[in-house]
Design a protein around this ligand. Structure first.
Ligand SMILES: [Zn+2]
Ligand SMILES: [Zn+2]
Ligand SMILES: [Zn+2]
Length: 683
């Protein structure tokens, strides 16, 4: 907080003063102005409040005691969805305000106001939705300043109705009255609407519920794009969705009507419940306690079940008609971008969906459901999209106007404005032409929305990433960062960790500074430099990319290096390793997981990224053991020897999987002790 100007305590209570406060952060579209209006009126203060591109500006005038009270209550009672990053305060001489007014938005200032993410339906709107006497009873597009779509409807800032996809809906008299009444919950709620004047559905919700009950696939136009829904209890229906969507085994997330139902299937801690019910309403990965009634095809290989609660009025209405767990997956073919436009969806999802539940409120940009997991009581984001994007990460120093274009898999784009890093929604893998186009749209959209003029593009060191190639062709000066150093630096920035610290980056694959495939790296970060202080003992990937899919190849490479050629049965593979043909080196912990999963007979291959590692973790089950295989200095040879020994003795796979995980944990502790630093960033 920055404060300056006169000291109010030096004045008599009868004197009038003016307090100017500017709030930066996500403060628009959350009911902040009506809140300030009510607070100022209640305290008998005059002045103004206005939205500008730079943030929310407040001027209040009155006796110093009342101003102090205003200041305290502004802090304590602010709208729950608001995110205040910084607050500037100035005590000034009175300007002679007579009353309190809300000023129209000013569009001149620099565009740094944070844009709010989409917010899950609030309790008041839910109550109205269920109240037969309310004029919005059963209306699927109800919202207020505390909830509703934001990022998915914003076309430009500052956030006002003409700059959203609601601009073509003219409010009726009743809605207009709410919109202009500072004491109303819908005062300046930009997407404000009702059945008379707002968006409409293409078909009744009851019909969609009937389709689900009949085992058919419903394409629903949600908040950030289309979703494909199917009855999660119906094995045949889930399998059919997998077949049509070309999604073999990757787990599906479920939507369940209530927290009570989630508790029936999964272990839900307090932190997890809070996250499920938060305004972001993400998918939360939970530990299942018993999945009786859920089709096995939903999430066969994962130790977790991804679950979310309904987050829009439309979802709530549907789940009221169909109160059972449903598969809710993004409306696309496997790994393609999510569909957002009605015509586009009809075209692209024609071969998958049996029924379309659409509406006429356009979606400004695609935004998938976010995926989170609670680790040690704290939420950690695995896929940052709806409900979080584009909230900034505040860092401790000013950055030049940098555009970071991200990696090739699970791509995300970021721009730096001053001390804020604004992250795009999850873009996805850049394998297809469609995905690369989506990536380009996200870059253009982010720059346009924030009137951002990048001076430098930062990309991955890997020369073949689509994002790297885009950066090289952009005409901007380019700075390439090693993949795992980027992982570690991002982790440190997000958590406010300062140098010196130890960064641990364990990953599937990233291009190393020595051109090898890295993925089991330790960096001591000091004085702005990354020292690679430890890494996994390198091994070979027989067959290159084939070894990334097929863990048994990695297992063969480990055996070859540990026991010699006679330990490898497959003659082709043995020859490959002997001659070193098509066998790139790697230090990837991800591949070590694959190899161990193959050795234990848990998984011979990956049908989707990370599958073998998931299965290996799932194998542990409830086993608790302190025992660990030796992995001193990242040398896996003693580990392979011990593992083979246990295999011959017939030790349970669960026990061996646990010892392997413990070995990795012990290695981190070992390196951390050697590095002698207090902070460790795990990425
Ligand atoms: Zn609401
Ligand atoms: Zn209306
Ligand atoms: Zn990575």
């Amino acid at each position: 907080m920055v404060a300056s100007g006169m000291y109010p305590g030096a004045l008599r209570q009868t004197d009038r003063l003016r307090l100017r406060i500017v709030l930066h952060g996500a403060v628009q579209g959350v009911g902040f102005r009506p809140f300030v209006y009510r607070l100022a009126s209640e305290l008998g203060l005059a002045g103004t409040v206005s939205n500008s591109s730079a943030g929310l500006a407040i001027e209040v005038e009155g006796p110093p005691g009342q101003l102090e009270l205003f200041r305290a209550r502004l802090q304590a009672e602010r709208p729950p969805a608001a995110l205040v990053l910084t607050q500037e305060e100035n005590w000034l001489a009175a300007a002679g305000y007579r009353r309190f007014r809300i000023l129209p938005s000013d569009t001149a200032a620099g565009k740094t106001a944070a844009i709010l993410p989409d917010l899950a339906t609030c309790s008041e709107c839910l109550a109205e939705l269920a109240n037969p006497c309310d004029r919005r009873y059963g209306y699927p597009f109800t919202n207020c300043t505390r909830c509703g779509p934001r990022y998915s409807i914003i076309l430009d800032i500052p956030y006002d109705r003409p700059r959203t996809t609601m601009r073509n809906f003219t409010m009726c008299e009743d809605c207009q009255r709410e919109y202009t009444d500072p004491s109303d919950r819908r005062f300046h709620a930009q997407p404000n609407a009702c059945p008379r004047c707002g968006p409409r559905l293409s078909a009744p919700v009851t019909e969609a519920a009937r389709e689900l009950a009949a085992g058919r696939i419903v394409a629903l136009k949600g908040i950030g794009g289309f979703q494909l829904l199917v009855d999660a209890r119906n094995q045949a229906a889930v399998l059919r969705l997998r077949r049509l969507k070309h999604r073999q085994e990757k787990p599906f997330a479920l939507m369940m009507p209530s927290l009570e139902m989630v508790r029936r299937f999964c272990e839900v801690s307090e932190a997890e419940a809070e996250l499920l019910c938060s305004p972001a309403a993400p998918i939360v990965l939970l530990r299942p306690t018993g999945l009786a009634g859920i089709a096995p095809a939903v999430a066969a290989s994962s130790p977790y079940l991804g679950v979310m609660l309904p987050y829009s009025p439309l979802h709530h209405l549907l789940m009221r008609e169909f109160p059972y767990p449903i598969v809710a997956t993004s409306g696309n073919m496997s790994e393609e971008p999510i569909a957002i436009d009605n015509e586009e969806a009809r075209h692209r999802l024609a071969g998958v969906a049996d029924f379309f539940l659409m509406h006429d409120r356009p979606i400004a940009r695609p935004c998938d459901d976010s995926v989170t997991r609670v680790v040690r009581g704290r939420p950690s984001l695995l896929r940052r999209a709806r409900g979080y994007a584009p909230l900034p990460v505040e860092i401790d120093r000013e950055l030049p106007p940098v555009l970071a274009v991200g990696g090739h898999l699970k791509n995300t784009v970021a721009i730096a404005i001053g001390r804020q890093v604004i992250l795009s929604q999850h873009v996805g893998d850049l394998d297809t032409l469609e995905a690369r186009r989506a990536f380009e749209r996200v870059v253009a959209d982010l720059c346009r929305l924030y009137a951002f003029d990048p001076r430098l593009a930062v990309c991955d060191l890997h020369p073949d990433y689509a994002s790297t190639q885009w950066a090289r062709a952009s005409g901007l000066p380019v700075y390439a960062v090693q993949h795992h150093q980027a992982h570690v630096a991002a982790c440190a920035a997000e958590n406010g960790v300062h140098e010196p610290y130890l960064g641990v980056a364990w990953d599937g694959a990233g291009y190393g500074s020595d051109k090898a495939v890295w993925g089991g790296e330790f960096f001591l970060v000091e004085g702005g430099r990354f020292h690679r202080v430890a890494h996994l003992r390198p091994f070979r990937l027989p067959g290159g990319d084939a070894a990334v899919r097929e863990g048994w190849r990695c297992a063969a490479a480990l055996r070859y290096d540990t026991f010699g050629g006679s330990a490898v049965e497959d003659p082709i593979l043995r020859r490959m390793l002997e001659r070193g043909v098509n066998t790139p080196w790697t230090t990837s912990v991800g591949r070590l997981f694959d190899a161990v999963a193959a050795m234990l007979g848990v998984a011979r291959e990956n049908r989707f990224e990370g599958q073998a590692a998931m299965l290996l973790e799932r194998t542990i089950g409830d086993i608790k053991t302190e025992e660990a295989y030796p992995l001193t200095a990242g040398d896996w040879r003693p580990l392979v020897v011990a593992l083979e020994h246990d295999l011959r003795r017939g030790v349970a796979a669960a026990e061996m999987a646990a010892r392997f995980h413990n070995a990795l944990a012990a290695w981190i502790v070992e390196v951390a002790k050697q590095a002698g630093v207090r902070d460790v960033c795990l990425s």
